[in-house]
Structures are given as structure tokens and as C-alpha cells.
Write a protein that binds this ligand. Structure first.
Ligand code: SPQ
Length: 425
């Protein structure tokens, strides 16, 4: 795909699609609750469609109306044994959270995905779930998909997580809902807390203090009415596009502002971005409008607990850093090595092709800003976030960018390139 955006700018209001993490969980909680869950703002992307179709295979009735999805939940005991293996596509969230959810069910199922899923580590969920008494087996040394889960009666555990991961935490909590006794999860630092918020909203008993989360076992959840805010991880591409393109101003409407996800806002402010936040009234997930204008930027250091709050935004932050004055250092981000692709390698290789001065390290990136980027042929490497970062780069390259494998973008934001094209001035 040829992207010729040289000397163009952005001046627009954009409503980004619904949050991916929240959309997955909306279907999952709706399916194991009793009664109907009405979902507005669901993200129709490849990943979330995978979750939707897995639950249909488990016998859950899901109605798709024009502006709403209705999940007819019959509780965990209402799930039916699927006739075929469950295909999670490219979605790490689907396979890891469903492993926990199915562990305490009355059915057995096998979860598998695409070539990227087959390479992502699964022992991180299989180990704690096995400690809870789950009958769960991975492939190749037990660490990879396909994963076979045979539901059984689980027992609550205390689990000290070695890494900050919302997917691991959520898998344990989803198993804990139907376990005997209390389940306690201790995080090294807070990861996104959508699962905890869902548990509360669906009437569950959950207590959080500092980095500990405790839930009661054998709980019954109840269907809810849900409004899903825009995805800050999708908004991030527009935020950076506006910040680096002279003459730009973008207003992003109704974007999720959950503090466990807003690290990108903190970093952009630190780098000198012109950002305004208008918080809107909310009852569940906080949300609001984000306004970003072009401005001069400076390099920064991104590490420690902040990494968890912006883990999916690092590829686009790397592009931002190429346009800043001075050096940006990103460390403690080794988790990027096991995402849809190795995002440390993919970000540095692809941005280097465009002329960026960027060095990969064991656990991050060092970017020397201020280099003029030029047009070249690049590749999404089958990773939606790398694809969108490279599409945005075409706004600051001296000549067109040829983006190969652009279809990976549909995993989280199918209309991104169209929306970008439509809004260029
Ligand atoms: O679902 P998947 O493929 O793992 O998606 C990614 C993404 O970039 O969209 C990661 F590659 O987001 C994860 C995120 O990195 C979604 C997520 C969640 O919804 O719980 C949590 C994060 O992963 P982790 O491993 O840190 O828990």
C-alpha cells in the first residue's frame, strides 16, 4: 500500500473505535453472567470478532443489532462443549483470558490461534491455573498454544505475579470467580484493571489494596448495560500524528482515560506536547476528549512502572521520539519481545529503513531524535501496532511510504488508513 502524505497535516475531530481490552471482556463477562448484557460501542475488529465467535461456539446466544450487542448469559454452567477447536486468531487476550474462564467450567475445549499466537508464551497462565487445580495442558514443553482445558472444580490460591500482566491477572481472576475459597493476586505494579472493574460492575465481591486483588469464590454475576469508551491505544496514533505534523490539531472524542492506560499522555506532556484533556462524567470506566496540537518536542526517559501503563504505545512513542530534540531512552520493556511480534526488533528495523537513528537494547530502545525521515518500503511484520505506526510515519517522511502487510491493522482498527486518508488537509 502506497502512503503519500508528505506536506499534509491533520485538523479534525475523530471518534476512535471502542476499546479492545474492554470489548473482549464485555463478551466474556456477559457470557458467564446470568441475564442479558447490552453492549454499546463494541469494537468490530478481527481480535474482538474472534472472541465473539469463540463464545458462539460455546453455545452462548449473542444478538448483533445496529448499535448494540446483546449477550444472553446463562452462567458458567450454561457453556456447551464446542464441536470444533476454538480459533482465537491473533488475539493473546482471547486465548489467555479464556484459559482461565474455561478452567472452572463444566466443559472441555482446545484453544489455538495463528502463527504469531503459536509463538507467544502461555506458561505464564498455565502455571498459576494449574496451581488452582486446573486440568490444562499447553503444547511444546507445555508453554505454547494449542491449549487444552478440561473444566474442573478449582480452589483459590495466593499468586505473586513475576511480571505485571493484565492477561495473567485476568486469567486467574476469571478462574477465581468459580473456585472454592478466596483468590488473591499480587502484582509487581498495577496493570490495566478492566477485569476488576467488570467484576465490580457485574455485582461480584472484589477487594483491592495497593497491588493486591482479592476475590471471593463461587460467585454469581449479573448481566449489565455497558458503554465502551474509545480505545486510548488507537487514539495514540492520532495523538502522535498531530504532535509531529506541523500545522495539525486533532480532537479525539470520548476516549477511555483509565489511569492504568494513560502513560502515553504523561510521556507526551513530559516531551513538551501541547495536550489538553476534557474529562467527561462517567460511572464505570473514566473517559473524555483529548486535544493534541503540533509542538516542539524533547527526548525523555521511559522506564519502571510507567512501562506497564503504555506498553502497547511504545512503537508509536518511538516514532514520536525520532521527531524530538535529543535522546529518548526506553528500558524495562522486555515484554515487547513477546507481543504479536518482537516489537523491539520490528520497531527498530522498520524505523531504521526510514532513516531513524534507533538502537534496540535487551529491554528497550535508544532513539536519537531530530533525524529527517525519508520514504521507503516497510512492513507491518504482521503486527497491527507496527503497521499503524508506519502509516503515521508517512506524515513526516520526505516522500511516500510503501507499507507491506497493511491488512494486519484490522486486528484492532480496521478503518484506520481510510480515516487517516479522509482527514488529511
Ligand atoms: O491481545 P493481545 O494480542 O495480547 O494484544 C496487545 C495489543 O497490542 O493489542 C498486546 F500485544 O495488548 C494486550 C496488552 O499488551 C492486551 C491486554 C489485555 O487486554 O489484558 C494486556 C496487555 O498484555 P499483558 O501481557 O501485558 O497482559
Amino acid at each position: 500500500m502506497k502512503l503519500d502524505f508528505t506536506n499534509r497535516s491533520l485538523n479534525c475531530d475523530i471518534e476512535v473505535p471502542g476499546d479492545k481490552s474492554i470489548s473482549h471482556r464485555a463478551i466474556m463477562f456477559g457470557a458467564i453472567a446470568h441475564g442479558d448484557t447490552h453492549i454499546k460501542g463494541f469494537l468490530y475488529s478481527e481480535d474482538c470478532k474472534s472472541t465473539l465467535s469463540c463464545f458462539r461456539q460455546l453455545g452462548v446466544e449473542i444478538k448483533e443489532l445496529e448499535n448494540e450487542i446483546i449477550v444472553h448469559g446463562k452462567g458458567i454452567q450454561g457453556l456447551k462443549k464446542p464441536l470444533e477447536h476454538l480459533d482465537v486468531g491473533n488475539s493473546g487476550t482471547t486465548i489467555r483470558l479464556m484459559s482461565g474462564l474455561l478452567a472452572g467450567s463444566a466443559i472441555s475445549a482446545t484453544l489455538f490461534g495463528d502463527a504469531s499466537i503459536a509463538k507467544r508464551p502461555m506458561a505464564r497462565v498455565i502455571k498459576p491455573l494449574s496451581e488452582m487445580g486446573a486440568n490444562i495442558k499447553g503444547s511444546i514443553d507445555g508453554n505454547y498454544a494449542p491449549i487444552k482445558v478440561t473444566g474442573t472444580q478449582l480452589k483459590g490460591i495466593t499468586y505473586k505475579m513475576p511480571i505485571a500482566s493484565a492477561q495473567v491477572k485476568s486469567a486467574i481472576l476469571l478462574a477465581g470467580i468459580h473456585a472454592e475459597g478466596e483468590t488473591r493476586v499480587i502484582e509487581p505494579n498495577p496493570s490495566r484493571d478492566h477485569t476488576e472493574r467488570f467484576l465490580r460492575a457485574f455485582g461480584g465481591a472484589i477487594f483491592t489494596e495497593n497491588n493486591e486483588i482479592v476475590i471471593k469464590g463461587n460467585q454469581q454475576l449479573h448481566g449489565q448495560l455497558l458503554h465502551i469508551p474509545g480505545d486510548i491505544s488507537s487514539a495514540a496514533f492520532w495523538m502522535v500524528a498531530a504532535a509531529i505534523t506541523p500545522g495539525s490539531e486533532v480532537k479525539l472524542l470520548k476516549v477511555g482515560l483509565n489511569p492504568t492506560r494513560t502513560g502515553i499522555i504523561d510521556v507526551m506532556k513530559e516531551m513538551g506536547s501541547d495536550i489538553e484533556i476534557e474529562e467527561l462524567e462517567s460511572t464505570g470506566e473514566p473517559y473524555g476528549n483529548i486535544i493534541v496540537r503540533y509542538s516542539n518536542l524533547r527526548g525523555t526517559v521511559i522506564d519502571g512502572e510507567l512501562i506497564t501503563r503504555l506498553i502497547d504505545e511504545i512503537p508509536i512513542i518511538a516514532l514520536l521520539a525520532t521527531q524530538a530534540l535529543g535522546q529518548t531512552t526506553i528500558r524495562n520493556a522486555e515484554e515487547l519481545r513477546v507481543k504479536e511480534t518482537d516489537r523491539i526488533a520490528a520497531t527498530s528495523e522498520q524505523l531504521s529503513l526510514l532513516g531513524a537513528n534507533i538502537i534496540p537494547t535487551k529491554d528497550g530502545l535508544i532513539i536519537k531524535g531530530g533525524s529527517k525521515l525519508f520514504g521507503a518500503e516497510v512492513d507491518s511484520c504482521g503486527d497491527h501496532r507496527i503497521g499503524m505506526m508506519l502509516a503515521v510515519s508517512a506524515l513526516v517522511t520526505d516522500g511516500p511510504v510503501i507499507l507491506n502487510n497493511a491488512d494486519a491493522i484490522a486486528v484492532s482498527y480496521p478503518t484506520f488508513i481510510n480515516d487517516l486518508n479522509k482527514n488529511l488537509c
